[in-house]
Write a protein that binds this ligand. Sequence first.
Ligand code: ATP
Ligand code: MG
Ligand code: MG
Ligand code: MG
Length: 487
Amino acid sequence: SHKSSAEIRQEFFDFFKKKEHLHVPSAPVVPQNDPTLLFTNAGMNQFKPIFMGEQPGYKEDGEIWQRAVDTQRCIRVSGKHNDLEEVGHDTYHHTLFEMLGNWSFGDYFKREAIRWAWELLVDEWGLEPDRLYATVFKGDESDGTPVDQESIELWKEETSINPDHILKFDKTDNFWEMGSTGPCGPCSEVHVDIRPDEERQKLDGAELVNMDDPRVMEIWNLVFIQFNRQADGSLEKLPAQHVDTGMGFERICAVLQDKKSNYDTDLFEPLLSKIGELADVTYGQDEETDIAMRVIADHIRAVSFSIADGASPGNDGRGYVVRRILRRAIRYGWDKLDLKEPFFHKLVPTLAKQFEEVFPVLIQQEDYVENVVRSEEKSFLNTLGQGIELFNEMIEGKDEISGEDAFKLHDTYGFPIDLTQLMARERGVDVDEEGFNKRMQEQKERARAAGQFDVDQSGNADWITVTETDEFQFFGYDSISVQSRIK
Ligand code: ATP
Ligand code: MG
Ligand code: MG
Ligand code: MG
C-alpha cells in the first residue's frame, strides 16, 4: 500500500530536519508587508528580506538559522504565474498548491542541494533513476549569463542519474530572477516520467526523452541564487549564496501513490467524493463532468484559504481575484453538474478537517469562511441564470460577442471576461477582447480623471516596485493594478 500524503509531507520535513534544517511555518497566501505581491506564489516570498541581504537568516527565539524546511501554500492566478485557465483541464496545475522547500541562507550550495534531492527521491522514496531527468541552465549569450556547468558536473558526481538525462534549457525554465535587477541565478529542475512501462518500452533513446509530454512532469525546482543583477544588466556575485527549492507537493504525492493525476491522490479524494454526493455524480465516468469536479475541488482550496488568510471576495485587488475564482467554480457547477443552489460552501468543512494539522488557520475560522462563501455564491447565483440567458441571446446568429456585450456581462452580471471567453469557446464563438479592453480602459480613465493613477502588475517579474502604494484596486481581468494616489 502507498504512503498517505500526510506521511509524504512529514517525511520531507524529517529528511531535512536530519540535515539540520529548522522546520518553519507556511506564510499566509496573502503576503504580509509586501504590497507589490498579490498572492504568495512561491516558497521564497516570505524569505525575500534574507535573499535581499536585509536579514542574515531565519530568526527564531533570538537565534539565526541558515537552513530551513517548510511547506508553503501558494496561489498562482495572476501576473507572471497564472495557471487559472489550465486548472481542471489538466491534472497537475492548481490554483492553490503546497510547495515543499528546503532552504540554505548563505550556507550549503549546489552540491548538497543536488545530492540531497537525489537521496530523498531515489534512496528514501525509491523512485526509479531511469525515470528521472534533471534540467540545467544552458547560458544566454545575448546578455552574457553563463551556462551552469557546475550543476551539470554535480549531477554526474553526486548522483547516479543517466548522463543523457541531464538536459539544458534556456532562461524561461532554468533561470530565476526576482525582477529586472536584484538576486538571481540558474536553476536545475527534476522531472519524473510517469508514463506506463509498456509505453516506455516501445520507445528508444531519443524518443524516450520527451519533455513535452505532460506525463514527464516537473516536480522539483532547485534554485541557486548566486548573482545580483545590476541596473546595467551585468551580473555580480552575491556575497552570500542561497538555495531555494520548491517541490510540487500534490505532484509528488501522485507519483508516490502511483496515480496518473493529482486528483486521484488522497489530497483530492475527500473533496471529489463530497462533490459527487452533492451533485449525484461519480468521478471518472465522463470527461466534462470530471473537469467540472476538478475545477470545484481545486477552487474551494484557493477560495477558502484566501478568505481564512484575510482576502475575502470583493470588487478590487485580491478580493476580486478571489471572487473570480469562486465564480468560475460556481459556473462549472451550474452548467455542468446542474448545481443551481448554493453548494460550494458545503465543501469547507471537508477541507478544514483535512488541513486541521497542516494549516489550522482554516478550521479555526471554519464557520466564518463557510458563511462568506455561502453568501458570495448566493448572490452570484442570483444573477448567473439571467447572465447566461442574456449571453445566449447575444450569440444568437452571431460568431462573435462584441466588446460592448462582454462589458455589459461584466458590469451588470458580474461575468469576468475569462468566464465569458470560456462560455464563448464552448459554443464556438469569439469574443472581441480588444473592444472589451477598450471599454475597461475607458472605465480606468474615468477613475484616473478622478485623481488616481495605476501601475500595471502583469509583467514578467515576481515583484514590481511601487513607491507610493496605498491600496490595491482591480482594473482589469488579466492584470491586477496597484493603484497609487498622487500625493
Ligand atoms: P510548471 O512548469 O509545471 O508550470 P513552474 O516551472 O511554473 O511549473 P516553479 O515556479 O518551478 O513551477 O515551482 C516549483 C514547483 O512547484 C514546480 O516544480 C511544480 O512541481 C510546482 N508547481 C508549480 N506550479 C504549480 C501549480 N499551479 N500547481 C501545482 N504545483 C505547481
Ligand atoms: Mg508554471
Ligand atoms: Mg516549469
Ligand atoms: Mg519550474
